[in-house]
Design a protein around this ligand. Sequence first.
Ligand SMILES: Cc1cc2nc3c(=O)[nH]c(=O)nc-3n(C[C@H](O)[C@H](O)[C@H](O)COP(=O)(O)O)c2cc1C
Length: 330
Amino acid sequence: MTDPVFDTAATRAFGTRLPIVAGGLMWLGDAAYVSACARAGIMGFITAASFPDTLDAEIAKCRDMAEGNPFGVNVSMLPKLVPGEKTADVFRQIADAGVRVVETSGRNPEPYIPQLKDAGITVLHKVPSVRFAVKAQSVGVDMVTIVGAECGGHPGMDLVGSMVNMALAEERLDIPFLIGGGIGAGSQIVAALAAGASGVTIGTRFLVCEELTAHPGYKQAMVDASERDTDLTMQTVRNTIRTLKNETTKEVARLERENPEGGIDQLMPLVKGTIGRQAYASGDVSWGMLSAGQALGLTDAIKPLAEIVAELEHEAEVALARLRPERRTA
Ligand SMILES: Cc1cc2nc3c(=O)[nH]c(=O)nc-3n(C[C@H](O)[C@H](O)[C@H](O)COP(=O)(O)O)c2cc1C
């Protein structure tokens, strides 16, 4: 992406070549994956919650493998993943390790903003709706990602799509914003930039990269799945999640339909993260809540991350040329 339109507030803030962020991936956002992102010229995030006791070591390993390119740490502040009282400690650890960008998500980061600002850390806060982005802006985050209903993982309760989010964000925000949810082709990056975004955040499209620490059977299932192969569940507990359609999502949907008041206790035996983690290791995707979004329709083969990024770059250049016919014929 040599065109100046790809040089944005995000590439300048992160020091990356491209306006592409690989969002945090629970259990999968390790040094191997994140350093591959860094080497490919995009911003990746180690998921702190996946390394409760070994975050320092994972950061050090990533730094060794990143060949001098920047990377960050994701702190998903869901109470279950990083208990409230520990969040400040995690941020301190990240600052001490010399990491200068965090992707936060899960709840309002306001209590930690002074600590992060003091440490000189850039805060990219991820939200599932423009109304939360407006709130995040008001508490002083540097940048926001708004993920639309298409996304893998948690799209929130509003379920507004990325096309609407990008137009609303442009109207309502003053700080730089990124668009996530369903992004898996270069044309969508150009669309987001045209709408005023400073870049995009991607999860699902990268699940098929060689560097991801997961069984090839899992990755092949992500290649084979289409945009129609995800389910939205857990709305009865106000924690909507989009995952690969499988035996678990069918069973969760049945429980929610038959006993909508059952709460998290009836779902927990099915939705606990350890089951999903087993699927990453075994390649058997029939059980477990395996976060994945509609961009599954845009995955084509297991290949090195740099190759996927190069394809996105090429597609973006083509999309841009489509908008500038005089260049196409030149
Ligand atoms: C397997 C998987 C795990 C994820 N884990 C996290 C997480 O731990 N923390 C977080 O903030 N976002 C998480 N996400 C969301 C991604 O960082 C990103 O926002 C989202 O995938 C973007 O939408 P897309 O899947 O349509 O590309 C996860 C997404 C996937 C697919």
